[in-house]
Unconditional design. Structure first.
Length: 308
């Protein structure tokens, strides 16, 4: 009997220690909420440093710099076929027809139904890039913007510190729209474009939206308080803003969304009626907790055996 108990303790200890040494399996540090019509919330397993939500397809940069894409390529344009290499940022078009990424060396790569074709991505090195519906924009280190579409290069006057797909943020905080005559009044710290409207964070931390009147979120739906540090916009009046304490505010279909996820986040990206966010501290998944329990039980078995 003593031998059988000894064997049972040793086996349980070994199993527990093995399970405890195996890394947590299926989990991603990206979570989402809203519509999952095209599988946009089904994020592949792994840890991500950056994400960009479209309308049907999403692209993320893994912690090792490589790309991953998920969702549904409804147009069959190959936007799920991410290029090899390592990247520092990525941007998907609002209609998910193409995407552009910034390599670690500052060069551009584009895939999907790219304006002008993949070979027509501008040469040179850049510090930021953004995908429009049928055009792209890239920001150079000197603040100038290079833009292109299927008709050739586009001209953008001025210098900027940051860009969206249709506007630039000047050093003094003012915003210049690249293609239209309308630009918002006041100064901003961040801007984003969702295909139908623009949204930005004012210098006082509040939000403002402008653009096509049918999709611009009414001022009454934008939070008036809080200090926002990051903004993202998606089609159909979808937007998400990150506060300085890691809390996410979300609006969809011109009304505040009432079921935000709990937790703190480091990055957000709004798609079409859904939002993706990178968690600051992901909750250990059940398999990890089970492994921990088994490990503790196994060690307890060894201790009991030694004192039995």
């Amino acid at each position: 009997m003593r031998v059988l108990k000894c064997i049972r303790f040793i086996v349980s200890a070994l199993i527990g220690l093995i399970l405890f040494s195996v890394p947590a399996s299926a989990q991603s540090n990206v979570v989402g909420w809203g519509s999952d019509l095209f599988g946009n919330l089904d994020v592949p397993v792994g840890s991500y440093a950056d994400i960009s939500a479209g309308s049907c397809v999403d692209v993320g940069i893994r912690s090792d710099g490589t790309l991953a894409a998920w969702g549904t390529d409804v147009a069959g344009v190959g936007v799920l076929n991410c290029p090899a290499g390592t990247f520092t940022s990525v941007s998907t078009a609002p209609d998910s027809s193409w995407a552009v990424g910034l390599h670690v060396d500052g060069t551009l790569a584009a895939w999907g139904s790219v304006p002008g074709g993949p070979a027509d991505v501008p040469s040179g090195t850049y510090v930021a890039a953004a995908a429009g519906t049928h055009w792209g924009c890239a920001l150079q280190s000197d603040g100038t913007v290079v833009a292109w579409d299927n008709g050739g290069p586009l001209t953008v006057a001025g210098t900027f510190t940051a860009i969206s797909a249709d506007a630039g943020l000047r050093a003094d905080g003012t915003v210049q729209d690249f293609w239209d005559t309308y630009s918002p009044v006041g100064t901003f710290t961040s801007i984003a474009w969702g295909g139908d409207f623009d949204i930005g964070i004012r210098s006082d931390g509040s939000l403002a939206a402008w653009g096509y009147w049918l999709y611009v979120p009414p001022p009454s739906t934008l939070p008036s308080g809080g200090r926002f540090t990051q903004i993202s916009a998606g089609p159909q009046s979808c937007w998400a803003a990150l506060e300085d304490d890691g809390v996410v505010a979300v609006g969809m279909d011109q009304t505040p969304y009432v079921e935000p996820l709990l937790g703190t986040f480091t990055s957000v990206s709004a798609g079409c009626t859904y939002v993706l966010a990178i968690q600051a501290s992901p909750v250990p998944e059940p398999s990890s907790l089970l492994a921990l329990v088994c490990g503790i039980a196994g060690m307890g078995g060894i201790i009991l055996h030694r004192h039995w």
